[in-house]
Design a protein around this ligand. Structure first.
Ligand code: XLS
Ligand code: CA
Ligand code: CA
Length: 445
């Protein structure tokens, strides 16, 4: 029998507030590198990193995978329905406090269960959002972003804004409308669109042009509605190449940027880039970040990592120091993430099923990014790669190169130059030497 709900429980009793103890600490519940108040380059680590805890992986997920049942029995799981939803909020805010996490993120359906009608679903959401708001009033934690889950319910079998069924498009619009109201209510710094089922499986039954046009129409309606209600958070769109659909429309940063520009949405949206989605798209995480950065569209980050041996979306906690360093390198060069942050869209492994693993994993991820921040800052301060790159492209700062970059060259002048230029001399790119320097910094900074 489900117990009746009580808010006075301590779910992570064995865990004290996690504090910084430094690199020699052997305490698994202490930070070794993340020292929130330490200033690096004029900002505290906390301000640079803007860590966020993902509600779905942390308080809702149960370890179910396609081959097996739940492995994770959480101390709040004896509740059902709305009581369970409330208990999860209690657990969430206890954990935010213990980790001193500045932000969290959620899908509408993570926090409150669906009712039998949309109206009832919205009522459930209102109750939980009210409870979250109350907690936020007494804590420092803020909402990095919220989003709408438009992929779990069977109604989204053919997509949401790209469904072949206009009734589904309308339902999705109602859901995002509510999501924007929630964002405003809770002061969400961003609102995310991840097109979970916005893609297709076969062209044999798909009107690709109509689906893309509808997706853009949907985004424009969201922009208009945010304006109407005075919600001023940043809109973010999160690319992913596949899973669950075969071809997701927001495949990667470049594809998404082209979509935003094609439909006149690039002034309203930035990108939320996830490490594991980058690798699924056949890119490195830093490639995606750089691509968004050079277009002025780097908005926020879903901090995780995939498993290259598996090749699907494993959403592991980020522990790879090369990846965290090169990601922080892009973020620092971007001047930070603005209203964005580093959201741990990451889940503990199915075999790490004890509640404490939820804390160990976040500590691991926070430390890995703190280390990445320090190394990246030093690499930039010492101009290690900046100088190399500047030198490598120096031919464009004088002579014919300058004529090209200043728009004074054309095929006639270039042909003339090439005909007269007897010897082309290239220089080594020195990749291996640069990677060795990166290793030195990671090991010694
Ligand atoms: C799934 C996505 C999802 C978004 C939010 O792969 O990462 O969790 O971040 O809907
Ligand atoms: Ca994500
Ligand atoms: Ca993912």
């Amino acid at each position: 029998m489900a117990q009746s709900y009580s808010s006075s429980v301590n779910y992570f009793e064995s865990v004290n507030k996690v504090v910084y103890e430094g690199k020699d600490s052997t305490n698994p519940l202490a930070f070794k590198y993340y020292n929130s108040q330490e200033v690096i380059g004029g900002k505290t680590m906390k301000e640079h990193l803007r860590f966020s805890i993902a509600y779905w992986h942390t308080f809702t997920a149960d370890g179910t995978d396609v081959f097996g049942a739940a492995t994770m029995q959480r101390p709040w799981d004896h509740y059902k329905g709305m009581d369970l939803a409330k208990a999860r909020v209690d657990a969430a805010f206890e954990m935010f406090e213990k980790l001193d996490a500045p932000f969290f993120a959620f899908h509408d359906r993570d926090v409150a269960p669906e009712g039998s009608t949309l109206k009832e679903t919205n009522q459930n959401l209102d109750i939980i959002v009210g409870m979250i708001k109350e907690y936020m009033r007494n804590s420092n934690v803020k909402l990095l972003w919220n989003t709408a889950n438009m992929f779990t319910n069977p109604r989204f079998v053919h997509g949401a804004a790209t469904s072949c069924n206009a009734d589904v498009f309308a339902y999705a619009a109602a859901q995002v409308k509510k999501g924007l109201e929630t964002a405003k209510e809770l002061g969400a710094e961003n609102y995310v669109f991840w097109g979970g089922r916005e893609g297709y499986e076969t062209l044999l039954n798909t009107d690709l042009k109509l689906e893309l046009d509808n997706l853009a129409r949907f985004m424009h309606m969201a922009v208009d509605y945010a304006k109407e209600i005075g919600y001023t958070g940043q809109f973010l769109i999160e690319p992913k190449p596949k899973e669950p659909t075969t071809h997701q429309y927001d495949t990667d940063a470049a594809t998404t940027i082209a979509f935003l520009k094609q439909y006149g949405l690039d002034n309203h949206f930035k990108l939320n880039l996830e490490a594991n989605h980058a690798t699924l798209a056949g890119h490195t995480f830093e490639h995606e970040l750089r691509m968004a950065r050079v277009h002025g569209l780097l908005g926020s980050v879903d901090a995780n990592q995939g498993d290259p041996l598996l090749g699907w979306d494993t959403d592991e906690f980020p522990t790879d120091l090369y990846s965290t360093t090169l990601a922080m390198y892009e973020i620092l060069q971007n001047g930070g993430l603005g209203s964005g942050g580093l959201n741990f869209d990451a889940k503990v492994r199915r075999s790490s099923f004890e509640p404490d693993d939820l804390i160990y994993s976040h500590v691991a991820g926070m430390d890995a990014f703190a280390r990445g921040l320090r190394v990246a800052h030093k690499l930039i301060e010492d101009r290690v790669f900046d100088d190399v790159i500047q030198h490598r492209y120096r031919s464009f700062t004088e002579g014919i190169g300058l004529e090209i970059t200043e728009g004074r060259a054309n095929f006639h002048t270039l042909e003339q130059y090439a005909l007269n230029n007897k010897a082309i001399k290239n220089e080594s790119g020195r990749q291996e030497r640069l990677k060795a320097i990166l290793n030195q910094y990671i090991l010694e900074v």
